[in-house]
Write a protein that binds this ligand. Structure first.
Ligand code: GLA
Length: 449
């Protein structure tokens, strides 16, 4: 399906206010773009291994409006005390520094992605105004919303239309200019989401399927208030490379021809084994608690140079220890949970909510114990949520901080939220955007003004 520009009816007060702010300073805008954040219900840290995930879009979003100019880029943020304006004279050879990441670095990723992949030789100049209300560094993908809104800015500004699936894949590749080797979940859900539906999203090739959540399924997002910027440390990429190494060692042992296997899913597909069988192989083959660098070189019969050049990333090139068994165990077990979650939603039988909650709880323990991407604050919030009656609760997004998502009985949502306010958030005011109930929202929208 194409990302087509809708005609604008001017009926939404919030959008009108935003456009008026632009008009008053810069004149008439030509396009308006809205991109939501997302919450992942289950399927954490498995998209970059090739596995399906189960997110939904949230209501919190990024708004962008723009007009074309003679040349270059002028970028203004409504919250300019925190996010200062940025100016770029020419788009050619756009370099994105991975050392000094600024808020606009993500915007440049989206622009660069479109300009390079669509080979736009004479890009239109752009004056762009942005306002965001997705909590930053909270695991709700505010950064991908910036990348996606920039890509749509570049497309609309240069008169190009694109298929939504192609755009999602382009944005996933573009966000890697920032140096983090993420998968494609965030960009895909932010573009493909449909109001009222969660999505099962598969990769290679990218496909998405609507999933109707069972009646009575209410999800509450709660911010641990511990910020985590995944591009500012190497924790995220270290997990990515541990998964790559685990896949290579499993492939070497299980697949005699041992072709070029990048991901844990490739190994499962090539061996045609169930998730349970893959978990048995993990225990038998990745049989150490910690693999040292020397262990890895020996297992794969490769040189240190090869490891550095072909497998590790710039920010992980000095890693000495790798927890391959634990990471692979998380990935295969989490992938199985994603499909179970989808099946329970589809059958929506008695006890469905309780069963979904259990899967979420297993997911959280696996993230905490095997993937080590939780944080004490998140564990505390999960515990508080369960003791307040949630069916299930887990960290959402990359982790190491950010938000939890809890499945809460619909008749006790307000008690649940006030319970969190008097326990985890005791003494804090203004929790409106910190703990909130959410329902599946719409994906990216573009309006021609
Ligand atoms: C980040 C990445 C996603 C995904 C999640 C963890 O949000 O951008 O691709 O890997 O972390 O599930």
């Amino acid at each position: 399906m194409m990302l087509a520009a809708e005609s604008y009816d001017g009926k939404d007060e919030r959008l009108e206010e935003f456009l008026t702010e632009f008009r008053e300073v810069h004149g008439a805008p030509e396009f308006l773009i809205r991109v939501p954040g997302r919450v992942n219900l289950i399927g954490e840290h498995i998209d970059y291994c090739g596995y399906a995930v189960h997110p939904m879009a949230i209501e919190q979003d990024v708004l962008v409006c723009l007009k074309r100019t003679e040349s270059g880029l002028e970028l203004f943020n409504k919250n300019d005390s925190l996010y200062p304006s940025f100016k770029l004279d020419i788009f050619e050879n756009l370099e994105i520094s991975t050392d000094k990441i600024q808020w606009w670095s993500y915007f440049l990723c989206g622009l660069k992605g479109v300009l390079e992949e669509k080979k736009i030789s004479k890009p239109a100049g752009l004056k762009v105004y942005i306002s965001g209300r997705i909590p930053p560094s909270a695991g709700l993908s505010s950064s991908s919303a910036l990348v996606v809104s920039a890509a749509i800015t570049a497309l609309s500004g240069n008169g190009i239309t694109m298929n939504k699936t192609e755009l999602a894949s382009l944005c996933a590749r573009a966000e890697r200019f920032i140096g983090t080797q993420g998968g494609g979940m965030d960009q895909a859900i932010e573009i493909l989401a449909k109001a009222g539906q969660a999505k099962l999203i598969e990769f290679n090739p990218l496909q998405s399927y609507d999933v109707q959540l069972p009646v009575g399924a209410v999800f509450v997002v709660a911010n641990s208030l511990q910020e985590k910027n995944k591009a500012a440390s190497n924790e995220f990429n270290s997990r990515v490379v541990e998964c790559r190494l685990a896949a290579k060692i499993l492939a070497k042992r299980l697949i005699p021809t041992n072709g070029k296997f990048r991901g844990l899913r490739d190994v499962q597909t090539a061996t045609n084994q169930s998730h349970e069988q893959m978990l048995e192989h993990v225990e038998a083959i990745l049989d150490k608690q910690v693999f040292t660098r020397a262990d890895v070189l020996e297992q794969l019969s490769i040189t240190d140079q090869f490891l550095r050049d072909e497998i590790l990333t710039n920010d992980t090139e000095n890693m000495e220890n790798f927890k391959l068994k634990q990471r692979a165990r998380h990935v295969y077990s989490e992938s199985a949970r994603v499909y179970k979650f989808r099946d329970i939603c589809h059958s929506a039988g008695d006890g469905a909510l309780r069963s979904l909650g259990e899967l979420m709880n297993f997911s959280h323990s696996s993230c905490r114990d095997d993937y080590e991407c939780s944080a004490p604050s998140l564990d505390k919030l999960v515990e508080a949520s369960l003791s307040l009656g949630a069916y299930g609760s887990r960290l959402t997004g990359a982790g190491w901080g950010g938000c939890t998502v809890s499945l809460v009985p619909s008749d006790s949502v307000s008690d649940f939220m006030s319970g969190l306010k008097t326990t985890y958030y005791k003494g804090r005011e203004d929790l409106e955007n910190v703990v909130f109930q959410t329902k599946p929202g719409a994906g990216a929208q573009l309006w021609k003004l």
